[in-house]
Ligand binder design. Structure first.
Ligand code: MLT
Length: 244
């Protein structure tokens, strides 16, 4: 079987085309946070672009079983329980809860492809398990969607797209057809930075933005760790993601 693999940098670039599988990436930091929250026992994550809609939906949920997470411009929003750090979603805080979540870019990308049959959220820590899940599904057209920053390219999401594509090319039993130039460029990026992932994340514009906001050293380390999680964040109903 041949798998056609496409990469787009941001939600607005996604063409009107049928895709069987969508993989959304926001290395810094939404999909890393989602992956760790599920690893640490969160029941589910419901993603929103709009904060008022998030609040309305969260209010209808049992107060003991919900948490509201929101970030804009890298900062936590006042009145929300948590921001968007993978270190904040500890077992103690998230176990058994639904997380109502909105971030500047990552949750928008997830909403953009929510109608695709199989939708996964991926970050560097779960790159390998997501690759293996894709291969197990026998589907033909797979889109990888970065989140970027407010409509423009981001280095770290492209890095992870290249890491995913190269893993699939090198380790799995299907022919992978690299289907657009964006993905060729991402693979080249991964080949260039794969031995210094942390360096790449800190070089990226959003890495620099986070650095300017405070001490995010531990967030960087967590987001840069490759293949350490066995969680595949999977959309189970529109906008709702669970571990599988
Ligand atoms: C986003 O969705 O734009 C990011 O995850 C921002 C962040 O680092 O919190």
């Amino acid at each position: 079987m041949i798998i056609n693999l496409y990469y787009y940098h941001v939600a607005n670039d996604v063409p009107e085309k049928h895709f069987d599988i969508a993989v959304v990436i926001d290395v810094l930091r939404a999909t890393t946070t989602i992956s760790w929250a599920l690893k640490n026992g969160a029941d589910s994550i419901q993603v929103f672009s709009d904060l008022d809609l998030l609040r309305d939906n969260a209010k209808r949920w049992d107060a003991d079983k919900r948490l509201m997470l929101a970030e804009r411009g890298g900062k936590k929003i006042n009145g929300f329980d948590l921001g968007n750090s993978p270190l904040s979603v500890t077992t103690e805080k998230v176990q058994g809860k639904r997380l109502f979540m909105s971030t500047t870019n990552g949750t928008r990308s997830l909403k953009k492809v929510q109608n695709v049959k199989y939708l996964f959220a991926m970050a560097l820590p779960n790159r390998k398990v997501v690759a293996e899940r894709i291969m197990s599904l026998n589907q033909k057209n797979v889109i990888i969607l970065g989140s970027g920053w407010e409509g423009s390219y981001s280095l770290e999401d492209s890095l992870a797209a290249g890491a995913l594509a190269l893993y699939m090319q090198e380790n799995l039993n299907y022919e992978i057809n690299i289907s657009n130039d964006e993905l060729y460029a991402s693979i080249a990026l991964w080949s260039h930075w794969k031995n210094d992932i942390l360096g790449c994340l800190k070089t990226a514009t959003h890495g620099k933005r986070l650095t300017s906001l405070g001490d995010y050293e531990d967030d960087f380390k967590c987001c840069a760790e490759l293949d350490c999680l066995d969680i595949v964040p999977t959309q189970v109903e529109r906008g709702v993601i669970r571990a599988s």
